[in-house]
Ligand binder design. Structure first.
Ligand code: NAD
Length: 399
């Protein structure tokens, strides 16, 4: 690469630590000249300020002031709260910048469509980093080589426990809206959104790109009583490319189920498992990637740098590529007719490390069974689930 990219970061606290680590790493320094960061938390967080001063980076409380001052930037990375992505992207695109945008791009499909009308929108790389991972890339190759035959189904399964520390870390966790702006924070639309996006990638077998759902349905439940969003979800639909997709995802659990995606075809199956660190197949080929969780982010940042420099024609995920993810989640939420609070009689609170979490009896079993059978929770006749005989609905979707 001729010269390093002049880059600044928007959102340095929270998950922004990952961006800081990538930009400051020895590999990151080969690609990036990390100029500055903007975060309102610099006003109150002395240790964040000190870390930036020590590393010789400038810092700002307001990203617009930063963009005014740092006039020669090539790119920004955005790890700000989800509901702020859209206005921040608009302002950065007006400056002609390349953007590495944390997932999920925006909460709503309509917002994505609006962003797609803006000049320069093709300069946005969406940081769904798992697309860049070894297991997902190799799985996509096997699928394109038709090793599985005709793909029939894709199923994502995960339970990542979330307790007070997760929900109290900021003022939008567990919210559907913040100050009237959509957030849609929950397992399918934030922490485990990767799995839906990955299914749109692996479910497209004719090209290197992404597919989207023909229709989508789902059930969204609130187990944790202190949130207004959901923490337990199952969704299902049919992809334009043909196969069925299904996801059973939860934060309302005590026991972890590491994330997995099972892809089944007429000749065999493959499974990405152990939170993305393992790829196994029905024909016995098996690859372990013990360091993938840390390394995948460096791949994604390297790819972004090469894309900015014109050495890659497209990033791993463009804004347009995320339409399928947004159709699957928005469509399922629409079809679900909203979030159902689970009756308190079925909820089991637990205490761990001085923090409270919430779960339901038999959680691991019913989540696994929903995935195995590709059923919605109500179809398993769980006593707390909605009565589908009263309100079955499916959202038909068009791009
Ligand atoms: N790729 C992944 O695996 C992964 C993992 C975790 C979070 N994320 C994503 O990272 C993003 C941030 O999530 P989080 O959990 O760290 O959120 P957070 O709210 O905990 O942290 C966000 C940071 O942005 C700052 N911020 C708020 N308003 C800002 C503004 N106007 N300008 C600049 N900075 C501002 C906050 O002060 C905070 O430091 C989300 O999109 C989330 O989905 C991605």
């Amino acid at each position: 690469m001729k010269s390093t990219l002049r880059v600044a970061q928007i959102g340095a606290g929270g998950f922004g630590y990952r961006h800081i680590a990538c930009l400051n790493s020895s590999q990151g320094r080969r690609f990036f000249n990390y100029r500055a960061a903007a975060d309102p938390a610099f006003a109150s967080n002395a240790s964040l300020r000190e870390a930036f001063e020590r590393d010789g980076h400038r810092y700002y409380k307001d990203f617009e002031v930063m963009l005014d001052q740092e006039r020669d930037l090539d790119a920004v990375t955005i790890a700000a709260p989800i509901h702020l992505h859209e206005p921040i992207i608009r302002k950065c695109l007006r400056r002609g910048l390349f953007i590495f945008l944390e997932k999920p791009p925006v909460p709503l499909l309509e917002q994505l469509h609006q962003l797609q009308t803006l000049p320069g929108q093709e300069r946005v790389a969406v940081g769904f980093q798992w697309i860049a991972s070894h297991p997902v890339q190799l799985a996509k190759r096997w699928i394109r080589e038709q090793r599985l035959g005709e793909i029939k189904s894709l199923k994502a399964l995960a339970a990542w426990p979330r307790r007070d520390d997760y929900y109290l870390r900021n003022n939008w966790a567990g919210s559907m809206e913040h100050n009237g702006t959509p957030v849609l924070d929950g397992p399918a639309t934030n922490a485990l959104a990767h799995l839906i996006h990955n299914m749109m990638y692996l479910g497209e077998f004719a090209t290197d790109g992404f597919t989207s759902p023909r229709h989508s349905e789902g059930e969204f439940y609130r187990v944790r009583p202190t949130i207004d969003s959901y923490d337990l979800v199952c969704l299902r639909g049919e992809l334009l490319s043909g196969p069925l997709y299904h996801a059973a995802l939860s934060h309302a659990c005590r026991q972890d189920i590491p994330f997995s995606i099972l892809v089944s075809g007429t000749h065999g199956w493959l499974r990405i498992a152990n939170d993305g660190c393992l790829l196994e197949s029905s024909w016995g080929e098996r690859h372990e990637y013990p360091n993938e969780i840390d390394e995948v982010y460096d791949f994604a940042f390297e790819d972004f740098a090469l894309f900015c420099r014109g050495r890659r024609s497209r990033p791993f995920s463009t804004l347009a590529d995320t339409a399928g993810y947004l159709m699957a989640t928005s469509g399922a939420l629409h079809a679900s007719e909203g979030i159902r609070p689970v009756d308190a009689a079925w909820i089991q609170p637990y205490e761990e490390d001085g923090m409270t979490g919430y779960t339901l009896r038999g959680h691991t079993d019913f989540l696994t069974e929903a995935s195995r059978t590709a059923k919605l929770f109500s179809e398993l006749d769980l006593p707390w689930a909605i009565d589908r005989k009263i309100s079955p609905r499916v959202s038909s979707l068009s791009r």
